[in-house]
Design a protein around this ligand. Structure first.
Ligand code: CTP
Length: 405
């Protein structure tokens, strides 16, 4: 069966370009189903799309007697990608704020597929804070925004707001077709970065974690449809800007945040380098130097150990940072902390590990499956980690199905 792309067409001068977009998407080997708003019909007729796509256009009004009475639901089951091009300020605003008052806006709310929007409007409208906020909201929810381009607009103004070139829009669809959506609707907690334990008002004990691996995992999850909660300690790199982040400093803060989300999570991925020790009595003033300074350290609670006691079907994935006996130590941690999978990396190497963009990992599951992955970008390894996590999810589901049968 062909992939079905739903093409939402809204009322702007660029609506005529949607005919070309529909044709180009069909050339990718996809079926196209057009949904039009009432205003779009003032710019281009539904007949054009019906002739091009071979499918009846879903129009703005309520279905006539004898027709499918819930087309927005039927369609959401079939859609693999939804492209809105051109997307007016109005449809962007409606989707960002959960308004459903016609076929397209209702369908968008009912649909779980990847949504791509190609805005097109006057520059002043595009730059309006309300529109920018709505676009930012949609991006945060995983909507892919293509453009708009800068150029001469139909109204004679020059600036941002022009519909992106058809090539760019079709390329975005092509790219999205490659994206797996195997984490759609799953709540996933990712911890990243290193924790910092205060010694006094200005000093702390930290570690060399950069946060890169955890951020790559969070980004990959988001692309693959998950609802991600990223709990981040100290990091060297800028966090992804379209994922909601909970910032923490100490291991205790990370423990509290993780535990507060864990019961509602489907998966926990502990990529953070949690400090094992904290200063027993940290000073809240800056300590003046005066020769030797003896500090007593006490052990921090182990987040994964605590999580393992609260597990109710969640998949728990931990990391192991090792400098020697990597596999043995990793395996021991997997079992001791009741993880479902562990990602072991050798942090003694300079070309991979903590601060690098690269890593070399060994993945070990509780069932004993072991796979080694040579030096690769952390973003590539993040996808591999998720591919392995998906297998665990499927196995878990199969087990549940077997128990029910
Ligand atoms: N971890 C945790 N809570 C801690 C310490 C670690 O949840 N207090 C998690 C890490 O996020 C990681 C896994 O446990 O997913 C293993 O962390 P690692 O630092 O490799 O090992 P430790 O258990 O701390 O043991 P050691 O430092 O002795 O190697």
């Amino acid at each position: 069966m062909k992939n079905k792309i739903v093409l939402g067409v809204t009322g702007g001068i660029a609506a005529y370009k949607a005919a070309d977009i529909a044709r180009r998407i069909m050339e990718l080997g996809c079926a196209v189903q057009v949904v039009m708003t009432k205003n779009a019909e003032a710019f281009i007729g539904p007949l054009t799309f019906e002739a091009l796509t071979g499918n009846k256009v879903l129009r703005a009004g309520l279905p006539a007697p004898g027709e499918d009475s819930m087309p927005h639901i039927t369609l959401q089951r079939e859609a693999c990608i939804v492209l809105v091009a051109p997307a007016t300020a109005n449809i962007i605003g409606k989707f960002a704020n959960g308004i459903a008052d016609d076929s397209l806006s209702t369908f968008l709310l009912a649909c779980n597929a990847q949504v791509i929007m190609a805005p097109a409007m006057n520059t002043m409208m595009y730059e309006n804070k309300a529109v920018q906020k709505n676009i930012a909201t949609l991006k945060e929810r995983g909507v892919i925004i293509v453009g708009p381009a800068v150029g001469m607009l139909a109204c004679g103004d020059e600036g941002a707001g022009k519909l992106s070139p058809v090539e760019d829009i079709v390329t975005a669809v092509e790219e999205a077709l490659k994206i797996k959506r195997d984490f759609a609707n799953l709540n996933v907690i990712v911890t990243a970065g290193g924790t910092r334990e205060p010694v006094d008002a200005v000093r702390f004990i930290g570690n060399s974690s950069s946060g890169k691996m955890g951020f790559s995992v969070a980004e990959a999850l988001k692309r693959r449809g998950a609802k991600v909660t990223l709990i981040a300690g100290a990091t060297e790199v800028k966090p992804p800007d379209d994922i909601k982040i909970v910032n923490v400093k100490t291991a205790e803060e990370m423990r509290l945040e993780t535990m507060s989300c864990f019961d509602n999570a489907d998966i926990l991925i502990m990529a953070a380098a949690v400090g094992d020790y904290r200063v027993m009595e940290a000073e809240n003033r800056k300590v003046k130097k005066s020769g030797q300074w003896n500090i007593t350290l006490v052990e921090n609670p182990d987040i994964l150990m605590e999580v393992s006691k609260r597990k109710r079907g969640q998949i728990v994935i931990g990391f192991a940072a090792e400098t020697e006996n990597t596999l043995e130590n990793g395996k021991e941690k997997l079992l001791k902390k009741n993880m479902d999978m562990i990602v072991i990396n050798d942090v003694s190497r300079k070309d991979t590990g903590f601060a690098s963009d690269y890593n070399e990992i060994t993945i070990l599951t509780r069932a004993g499956e072991l796979t080694r992955h040579g030096k690769a970008l952390k973003s590539e390894l993040a996808e591999i980690i998720l591919d392995n996590a998906v297998k665990l999810l499927k196995n878990g589901k199969n087990e549940k199905d077997k128990k029910r049968a």
